[in-house]
Design a protein around this ligand. Structure first.
Ligand code: NOJ
Length: 740
């Protein structure tokens, strides 16, 4: 008992159970010693001298001097044990010796790159996603990095937006689960572990809903939609203890996210009680001037701090303006203490005050430079991210003894391209990346031949290489074509108004098809592309995204059947750009189109079907899965009961395989209209050929909740359709009633 009082007394004064000060206490003490400029200094982040993702103000000599004066809290794009150590040494020359935080865009791997994030999402494998971030964190931390600007948890329904590649697609439920897995992976055993980096939920908020899919563009939507569709992954991230948030370039209903009090103060730091800190996006504080929300940088700084932005990434506005604003009484000094305090707290949690160099360790860096175990995992993960769209006539899997195989297309011998966008740790060491050609060649029987022809470039009109490609195809038994969009055509600032294969690639495909040879088409992209001619005319299509360091091996594993593909699309694939946005969980409207033929005075296009070319959740396997015996524990429930749902899935084909079993619901009537389907659960199950598995789900009223027009989050009694199936279109349905 005495011990309890003793402990309570200690903690009341900010000491922990062992008589040491708590972090709160240490932060308060430190703040009390700091000048206003030093506090604002903590809120300043500059970029190192590479990898700008926006206009750079780089004056390296001046930046180094400012670090020595304690006027910089964090650097991004400074990496490597040596480089981080040398920057940290400068910070140690400052009056209070406050260490720097080093941030970096570790987006889909670091030294070992994994599939682009949208490709990873197609694996629907939360365990693997978490593990990939664990590896990324271990590698990045070994390079002196403390903080990654990931995960991007923006829901995105518009594939013209290049950054769909960085997210988890169109669905809030799937996106939330994946976001949580990533945070767990990055932060590992917790901040302070030498293999953990601080994660950052970005871009807060609704950046993925930019009008027209044009990057950085405005967002205009109801608060209901914002709360229901776009914010849940962020709320879940905050609850899971993500260390930081990054806000976004866009305005939301006229107020830039960077200064958005509703988003950052009322919700994040208010209702959600978030204790981490918020970094602006690159230059987004200063950009409130061209937005027309602040007349100059002075006003931009004021609005950003009032709006809850704690750290200024590269606007160079906070240091120039905030001290003045505080002295003039326009900004409350408490806001500065709060922001600087949040940042210092993370530095303490990372153990940087105990040893500012603890992440800058040459030995660990060496161990993680080319880690074979990590590559092995990357290979498996790559294969799990591939989505088989079509396998007419079961051309796949291909026999390794196929006599002559031709690989044709601009990506066949590419190395760097396989990283996709954001492969920041790579620079020029191309030799580490397995090309598609090498991956296939290594697995083909030694008595077989792999021919190659580039056929065309990624994005020009030159057809001079067609003839050689056609001749090559004619010599082969089967042709593998590798087409798509350039690897840097999706990502930041990579919006496209047309999203087909670039250049003359489709013409090349048509020429090769004329040879009559069986074609396996591999599509390389960071976003859903539109490829109707290929979809309708080519028998075998796999969507390979950009798979990272081990791309060639992952692809060959699937081509030759070592791995049976089980990926499912995390976004609907449109038929034409005019159909965008097309997403599975839309409302029904008052005039729903019943089918694709009767288009008269219903919500339809007169010239196009409503459904996508490939639906959300779609993906084939080399084997066949049959769904049967869908059983619900009750058809009529009351109050806080739970509904148990089961279904039997049988592998009736010739190969062992994995299936993602998907559970959707529809709330038939509501205070506000409800989507025609909402994903509420999924399970990835491995089933041996000839075997069956019973797959079980459970729903509670919590799963039925939604935001009404007054932003109340609750459920209503009524009728619900419960749907289980292999994708969002192909489901079995049972109706229940559930009263409150
Ligand atoms: C701008 C991007 O929007 C953001 O996601 C990224 O983290 C920063 N640049 C830093 O590179």
């Amino acid at each position: 008992m005495k011990r309890v009082y003793f402990l309570l007394a200690f903690s009341a004064f900010g000491w922990n159970a062992y008589g040491q000060k708590t972090i709160d206490q240490k932060v308060a003490e430190l703040l009390s010693k700091m000048t206003l400029e030093e506090k604002v200094g903590q809120m300043v982040q500059y970029s190192g001298f590479e990898y700008a993702t926006g206009p750079q103000h780089s004056n390296s000599a001046a930046v180094l001097e400012e670090i020595k004066k304690g006027k910089v809290g964090s650097m991004l794009n400074v990496a490597g044990s040596e480089e981080t150590r040398s920057f940290q040494k400068l910070a140690m020359q400052s009056r209070l010796k406050i260490p720097l935080l080093f941030g970096q865009d570790v987006i889909h791997g670091y030294r070992t790159t994994f599939p682009v994030n949208l490709g990873q999402a197609a694996s629907w494998d939360l365990g693997m996603i978490e593990k990939s971030e664990r590896i990324a964190a271990t590698e990045a931390a070994a390079y002196g990095i403390h903080w990654t600007f990931a995960p991007m948890v923006d829901i995105a329904r518009d594939p013209r937006w290049g950054r769909v590649m960085e997210g988890s697609g169109e669905d809030t439920y799937l996106g939330t689960k994946i976001g949580l897995a990533r945070i767990k992976g990055f932060q590992g055993r917790g901040l302070g572990s030498l293999d953990a980096v601080m994660a950052c939920a970005k871009h807060f908020a609704a950046y993925g809903a930019a009008v027209g899919g044009r990057d950085y563009n405005s967002v205009d939507m109801s608060l209901r939609q914002l709360n229901e569709t776009y914010l849940p992954p962020f709320k879940a991230a905050a609850e899971a203890g993500v260390a930081t948030f990054m806000n976004s370039f866009n305005d939301i209903n006229g107020i830039p996210a960077t200064a958005n009090q509703y988003i950052q103060r009322d919700l994040l730091k208010g209702k959600w009680n978030y204790k981490g800190f918020v970094v602006s996006d690159w230059g987004s504080i200063g950009e409130m001037v061209p937005h027309g929300y602040a007349k100059d940088f002075n006003e931009a700084a004021e609005r950003a701090i009032q709006g809850g932005s704690d750290m200024d990434m590269e606007s160079r506005v906070y240091m120039a303006e905030l001290p003045k604003l505080v002295k003039e009484g326009k900004v409350d000094a408490k806001l500065i203490d709060d922001a600087a305090g949040r940042i210092l707290t993370k530095k303490f949690e990372m153990g940087l005050f105990d040893d500012p160099y603890r992440f800058s360790n040459e030995k660990r860096q060496k161990e993680q430079t080319d880690n074979q175990e990590n590559r092995k995992f990357g290979r498996e993960f790559g294969a799990k991210s591939i989505v088989l769209l079509k396998n007419q006539g079961n051309i796949l899997p291909l026999s390794k003894t196929t006599k002559t195989v031709a690989l044709i297309g601009p990506f066949g011998k590419e190395t760097v391209a396989n990283h996709g966008f954001w492969s920041i740790a790579f620079k020029d060491d191309n030799q580490r990346i397995v090309s598609q050609f090498d991956g296939i060649k290594n697995q083909l029987d030694k008595n077989s031949t792999l021919l190659y022809a580039k056929g065309c470039n990624v994005d020009d009109q030159d057809k001079t290489q067609f003839a050689e490609a056609v001749e090559t195809a004619k010599k082969a038994v089967v042709v593998i074509m590798t087409l798509g969009e350039g690897h840097a055509m999706s990502g930041e600032a990579k919006s496209r108004s047309t999203i087909g294969f670039t250049g003359v690639q489709e013409d090349l495909l048509k020429e090769i098809a004329k040879t009559g040879k069986p074609i396996i088409l591999m599509i390389n992209a960071g976003r859903p592309l539109i490829f109707n001619w290929a979809a309708d005319n080519i028998p075998t299509i796999m969507y390979t995204w950009w798979l990272g360091t081990e791309a060639g091996n992952s692809i060959a594993d699937v081509l030759f059947g070592t791995v049976n593909p089980g990926g499912k699309l995390p976004m609907s694939f449109p038929r034409t750009e005019g159909q965008i946005p097309v997403y599975y969980n839309h409302y029904n409207t008052g005039r729903p189109a019943k089918n694709n033929t009767d288009r008269n005075y219903v919500s339809a296009y007169i010239d196009l079907d409503n459904d996508p070319k490939y639906p959300f959740g779609y993906g084939l396997s080399y084997t066949d899965f049959k769904y049967s015996d869908m059983v619900l524990s009750s058809a009529s429930l009351t109050g806080n009961q739970a509904l148990n749902i089961s279904v039997t899935v049988s592998n009736t084909g010739k190969y062992d395989g994995e299936e993602v079993v998907q559970l959707y619901i529809r709330d038939l009537f509501g205070k506000v209209v409800r989507p025609v389907k909402e994903l509420k659960g999924f399970q990835k199950v491995f089933i041996k050929k000839g075997e069956s598995k019973k797959v079980e789900f459970k729903l509670t009223p919590e799963d039925l909740k939604f935001f009404d027009d007054n932003l109340n989050f609750d459920w209503e009694g009524g009728e619900f359709d419960i749907m289980i199936g292999t994708n969002s279109q192909n489901v079995q349905t049972k109706r229940i009633s559930w009263s409150k």
